[in-house]
Write a protein that binds this ligand. Structure first.
Ligand code: 13P
Ligand code: SF4
Length: 336
């Protein structure tokens, strides 16, 4: 089969409508709510979106939760406040819907670290391995994979496979190494990483822990091994949020993208959340891709129904297979 696995990038050109000026007197929260209603649109937002976007969303979640919502929605339009691979996953799962992404340039360093043609050559060198890919990858990589996983289900999916099964894990070497360590597997890892989760400073976190001995250090498995080693709890964004709600502790050092702090603080207003410091002078640990989406772009995107995610049908069908496999396995394993 000769499918163009790089095709998903084809529609990354911006349409120009984002330069339209918005009447400064408009209440964008109200306008977005009105447009969503008029157009039967659902707004799905990742936890890493800016607080204003989270506040107008119909559903806020991690990658697994968002994929499930995208698959089952009855809305005519899915407005995806997240990054490109997430909106693409929504289109793959629910192709009759119009899927919109407020800024088509909202990419992902982790996804970009795994170009399909290079990965195909890597895969060909390991013909007796199956491929498990983290959902943070392009449709081209999904089409080359046997099973997709997210940080919420990766460990259980790997554990459910026979011990002798040889596995390539892509694209995140940190998540892959974490799963190798916790399951005793020896998966072959693609050398990719997330720019946000790799930037945390072990030294600064250690100092912060000394200053706040009562605080629990919680980390996303995309962080480097040295940071994960000193974490009290490791989990996907949803699992981290739940830990802050139900663990009984009152103070947390949070080693993941800073957007999640909004929901943590909203659901536990009396608890203390300290963002883990990055190893540069910048005080923030925001994902620059996630943060390309703004309330203004979101408003224009719903109003003009652009930019839209478009996909080659042959590629979509190939990419859908391993995502459906993940959703089926997650149901069988009682994760969703
Ligand atoms: P989860 O949504 O699975 O926690 O992954 C975090 C992330 O980096 C999304 O880009
Ligand atoms: Fe990609 Fe990392 Fe940003 Fe998530 S936080 S979208 S993995 S760059």
């Amino acid at each position: 089969m000769n499918v163009n696995i790089g095709l998903a990038k084809e529609n990354l050109e911006r349409k120009g409508f984002l330069d339209i000026e918005i009447d400064p007197t408009l209440d964008l929260f109200e306008e977005i709510a009105k447009l969503k209603n008029e157009k039967n649109a659902v707004l799905l937002a990742h936890y890493y979106q800016e607080p204003d976007i989270q506040d107008v969303a119909d559903y806020i979640g991690d990658s697994l939760g968002l994929a499930q919502q995208a698959e089952k929605t009855n809305a005519d339009i899915i407005v995806f406040a997240g990054v490109h691979f997430m909106a693409e996953t929504a289109k793959i799962l629910n192709p009759t819907k119009k899927v919109l992404l407020p800024d088509l340039h909202a990419g992902c360093s982790l996804s970009d670290s795994c170009p399909p043609l290079l990965f195909k050559a890597f895969k060909d060198k390991h013909p007796d391995h199956i491929v498990i890919s983290y959902i943070n990858c392009s449709a081209g990589i999904k089409a080359l994979s046997d099973i997709i996983c997210t940080s919420s289900n990766a460990k259980q999916i790997v554990e459910s496979l026979p011990a002798e099964q040889k596995i390539i894990f892509a694209p995140d070497k940190n998540l892959g190494a974490y799963i190798n360590k916790t399951t005793g597997r020896n998966m072959v890892l693609w050398n990719g990483a997330c720019m946000v989760h790799e930037i945390f400073s072990l030294e600064k976190i250690t100092r912060l822990k000394e200053r706040h001995p009562e605080a629990k250090m919680i980390a996303h498995p995309e962080c480097e091994e040295a940071v994960l080693k000193i974490a009290d709890f490791i989990g996907s964004t949803t699992q981290l949020l739940k830990y802050t709600q139900h663990s009984g502790f009152d103070s947390f050092i949070v080693a993941t993208e800073a957007g999640i702090l909004h929901q943590m603080q909203l659901s536990s207003p009396d608890k203390t959340f300290i963002p883990a410091p990055p190893n540069n002078a910048c005080a923030c640990n925001d994902c620059p891709h996630m943060k390309l989406n703004t309330l203004e772009k979101l408003y224009l995107c719903i109003k003009y129904e652009q930019p839209e995610i478009l996909m080659d049908e042959e590629l979509r069908l190939l990419a859908k297979k391993p995502i459906s496999k993940m959703l089926d396995m997650s149901k069988e394993l009682g994760i969703i």
